[in-house]
Design a protein around this ligand. Structure first.
Ligand SMILES: NC(=O)c1ccc[n+]([C@@H]2O[C@H](COP(=O)([O-])OP(=O)(O)OC[C@H]3O[C@@H](n4cnc5c(N)ncnc54)[C@H](O)[C@@H]3O)[C@@H](O)[C@H]2O)c1
Length: 320
């Protein structure tokens, strides 16, 4: 049914983007991936996808991607680290905001009718209410949250252009986890950082007292929401949280990861260090909007999703 309908996935060599590309191909679409391999991995690009190595800030690379005539754009390419954004806010701004503007300009030029955007729960900062709904004010407390919110607003502003109708949907994803999340990148993804530490026999470092909470959502559940939204008009113009709705403290996460590797704090070192700038104290998604609109529910709990994640991570560690 989707034959000859092409989806451009920016960031499709990365963690979420590669899973999404797999899922889109399974749904019968054709896929083009644009990725500069900054954190993405060439080997993660699905065999059935056309791959263009290039930067979303580079108009020539973007033009080549749009020459493949996508009907739908899933824009996930981005700088995804709160830490690195803090260290170099200009670089974060360039990739996340200017890169998004470049993609939006190409959508306009090539009259692409549909775009879905990878936004983030960091737009909320430290929200007054947990679980947090999409109506909560955006008060990001880190550069990364500011650029994700700015890009989200540019996306939704582009949808209002009367000259070029563009149906947009943004997903404010919470802590996505699963296989392929890099274990060797100390700057993004607390779960993968802990897992990498434990599998390499390194001490785990918890910033703050460990009682800060995060909402972990399995990558397969996230991809299902993106896919179901592509042609669903009731998602057009909307912003949705994607999370499990369940807060998990970083202490619990650490103990769970240790436990799955047959360890605990008595036989594996766990250190505490001060909180890092931009850290959020509590996070959990109110997912009633996407439940009502798409009938979407997360199906895989943290415990269920950790099993294949740890199995993949062990395998990946052995192959290195
Ligand atoms: N992982 C999460 O929990 C989470 C939560 C909310 C939002 N997001 C957003 O989802 C998207 C994907 O995140 P991820 O976790 O898969 O991270 P990732 O680092 O694995 O994926 C990002 C991809 O974008 C590519 N990329 C980076 N800069 C680029 C550029 N200038 N031009 C072209 N490609 C570029 C990278 O090489 C990588 O393949 C990001 O936009 C991130 O901000 C992620």
């Amino acid at each position: 049914m989707n034959r000859h309908r092409r989806v451009l996935v920016t960031g499709g060599a990365g963690f979420i983007g590669s899973h999404l590309s797999d899922a889109i191909l399974k749904h019968g679409f054709e896929v083009t991936i644009l990725d500069n391999l900054h954190t993405g991995i060439r080997g993660q690009v699905p065999a059935g996808a056309d791959f263009i190595e290039g930067d979303v800030r580079d108009s020539d690379a973007v033009a080549r991607a749009f020459e493949t005539e996508p009907e739908i754009v899933c824009h996930l390419a981005g700088q995804a680290s709160i830490r690195l954004a803090w260290a170099d806010p200009s670089a974060d701004l360039a990739v996340n905001v200017e890169g998004t503007l470049r993609i939006l300009a190409a959508c306009r030029e090539h009259r692409v009718p549909r775009l879905l955007y990878a936004s983030s729960m960091t737009v909320y900062g430290n929200p007054d209410e947990i679980p947090t709904s999409e109506d909560a004010p955006a008060r990001p407390v880190a550069h990364y949250g500011i650029t994700k919110f700015a890009a989200e607003r540019y996306v939704h502003l582009a949808a209002d252009d009367p000259e070029h109708p563009l149906a947009v949907t943004s997903f404010r994803m919470f802590n996505v986890f699963g296989p392929r999340q890099r274990l060797d990148n100390p700057y993004q993804g607390v779960l993968a950082i802990f897992l990498g530490n434990v599998l390499r026999g390194e001490a785990v470092t918890i910033h703050s007292d460990g009682e800060q909470s995060r909402d972990f959502v399995f990558v397969g559940d996230v991809c299902r929401a993106w896919i179901e939204a592509i042609d669903n008009q009731s998602t057009f113009g909307r912003v949705f949280n994607l999370g499990s709705g369940r807060p998990t403290t970083v202490n619990t996460l650490c103990d769970t990861v240790l436990g799955l590797c047959g360890l605990d704090r008595s036989n594996h070192p766990v250190h505490h260090e001060p909180a890092q700038p931009g850290d959020i104290r509590r996070a959990a998604a109110d997912v009633s909007a996407i439940q009502e609109t798409l009938g979407w529910q997360p199906k895989i709990s943290l415990e269920e999703g950790l099993e294949p994640t740890v199995a993949w991570a062990r395998h990946a560690a052995e192959r290195r």
